[in-house]
Design a binder for this molecule. Structure first.
Ligand code: ACO
Length: 469
């Protein structure tokens, strides 16, 4: 719960009136004013809305978080006024309280449980990060040992689940396979689906975090017709994932420590991002008390889109289409004419550098150096494109900066990961964020089913004419 202010049970109406009919209500103009009586408002932190049609005013409490913008508690708005708010894309709507992740988009700040992402990337590994997101604190040495053991010992999947893969075409997109297989987990792990039991929620969370690399790696193995490689308990999380992706039974495969470190960092950077599209999807699906594995499958579906996690794949396609530095001006022109999008640029929340993109650009250089490919033409093209876009008025005016996906694709490609696996890697990393947010929601005694309203613009009531049968 928000600590600094008690949520208002209902808005207090300055002039109580009857509930207005919805059709009339939709036509009204409502002005959100600065508090009408500043002294009272400052003391009590309220906002007053005035319906300019009736002159009635309605006062709502303003809630403080620990940091970040305040929110107006409008939960009783419909009961008070007969009106809903209209906010497609939820650009001004807070859908929940959360203590997990904080973003200041204007300052380019990202905190996991209060720790800056740059700090976490330097001082922690992905397993620490998972523990932190799930539990709120970094683990002690003993806690980490136990957590690592628990995660490691949940990484195998039910052997029968392996049969699922054979039902897919070999050329299926791995995200399609992941939606199916992760949803299918619901059919296998019945002993962790009583969501009212905190212990079962923890087991379901561990299963999801631990099994996701296995499921993603197997989606890749299936697509290239290679045998599945089983998880190895002695390996670190990222190393094990790379091993399952690239090893074959015929020969020994040693994971490059530079690649393992880069993968670990990439997993940390993608682990959570507050109420983004896929996380909100998981929360909305889970708000009906749905099966946790099915909720995460819903998150995977949302992540797949090119406006979200699918952007890393789209960046590489875009760079391949541009092909050469000399074609950049033509491409930028088509972006400004709205014929194309500069993929990997722009963000709903960041109106400054995405702090993850900075770490990603550095990691990209490290990986390419390790491979002796610092003159990689794709990287050179991306760097030039970034430079041109950052100095172009179109992008400056709209505060469009590179996001996390601008460089991740180049790293993945250099590591030999096929383009279609980029978004599944994102899903592996984001699973801990999804389960942490899902857990937070389920543990909240004030949880209600998520159910947005709408502005209906369709036909008014009409009758079917004549006999149709
Ligand atoms: N290229 C060109 N123009 C852009 C871009 C872009 N990548 N992103 C936004 N714009 C323009 C829009 O056309 C709009 O211009 P206008 O004011 O002239 O109409 C303006 O910037 C504002 O953009 P919106 O679409 O309103 O921004 P919104 O917050 O709705 O969208 C989004 C954010 C979806 C991320 C968008 O920037 C985008 O599509 N980017 C490319 C895809 C991408 O990289 N997605 C990854 C996001 S990060 C993540 O999920 C991990």
């Amino acid at each position: 719960m928000v600590k600094n202010a008690k949520p208002a049970k209902s808005g207090t109406t300055a002039k109580p009136g009857k509930r207005a009919p919805a059709a009339k209500a939709a036509k009204r103009a409502v002005a959100a004013q600065a508090p009408a009586a500043p002294s009272v408002a400052q003391k009590d932190k309220t906002v007053t809305l005035t319906d300019n049609t009736t002159g009635k005013s309605y006062t709502y409490k303003v809630l403080d978080g620990t940091i970040g913008p305040q929110v107006i508690d409008i939960r009783s708005l419909y009961a008070d006024t007969g009106m809903f708010t209209y906010d497609p894309g939820f650009t001004s709507t807070g859908s929940c309280e959360s203590q997990i992740t904080y973003i200041d988009g204007d300052a380019g700040v990202l905190l996991y449980r209060g720790y800056p992402i740059e700090d976490i990337v330097e001082k922690c590994d992905f397993v620490d990060t998972c523990y932190l997101l799930l539990n709120g604190e970094l683990p002690t040495g003993e806690e980490k040992k136990k957590f690592n053991y628990d995660i490691t010992h949940h990484s195998m999947v039910h052997e029968q689940l392996a049969q699922f893969y054979r039902g897919f075409r070999r050329d299926a997109h791995p995200m399609a396979v992941m939606c199916g297989v992760v949803g299918g987990l619901a059919a296998f792990y019945h002993d962790s689906t009583d969501i009212t039991d905190a212990r079962q929620r923890t087991v379901a969370s561990y299963r999801l975090i631990a099994k996701m690399p296995t499921i993603a790696a197997w989606a890749y193995k299936y697509s290239v017709g290679q045998p599945f490689v089983y998880p190895t308990n002695s390996m670190q999380f990222a190393e094990n994932f790379l091993h399952m992706l690239f090893a074959v039974p015929a020969e020994r495969y040693d994971v490059s420590p530079v690649f393992a470190k880069a993968m670990d960092r990439i997993l940390i950077l993608h682990a959570d991002h507050e109420q983004n599209a896929s996380t909100s999807t998981v929360r909305l699906a889970g708000s009906s008390d749905a099966n946790p594995f099915a909720c995460i499958a819903a998150g995977i579906a949302s992540l797949w889109g090119p406006a979200h996690g699918g952007a890393n794949e789209a960046v590489l396609k875009m760079l391949a289409e541009i092909g050469d530095k000399k074609n950049i001006p033509e491409f930028i022109k088509s972006v400004k004419e709205k014929k194309a999008k500069l993929m990997g640029f722009g963000h709903r929340v960041y109106k400054n550098f995405d702090p993850r993109a900075k770490v990603m650009a550095r990691t990209c250089r490290e990986v390419l150096d390790e491979l002796g490919r610092h003159d990689d033409p794709m990287l050179a093209l991306a760097v030039e494109l970034e430079k041109i876009a950052l100095n172009d008025q179109y992008f400056i005016d709209r505060k469009l900066y590179p996001n996390v996906d601008f460089y991740s694709g180049i790293i993945f490609r250099a590591m030999g990961i096929p383009v279609s696996m980029f978004t599944p890697l994102f899903a592996v990393a984001r699973t801990v964020g999804w389960v942490s947010q899902w857990n937070e929601m389920i543990s909240d005694p004030g949880k209600r089913i998520g159910r947005p309203r709408q502005l209906y613009n369709g036909s008014v009531v009409r009758k079917i004419g004549g006999a149709k049968k």
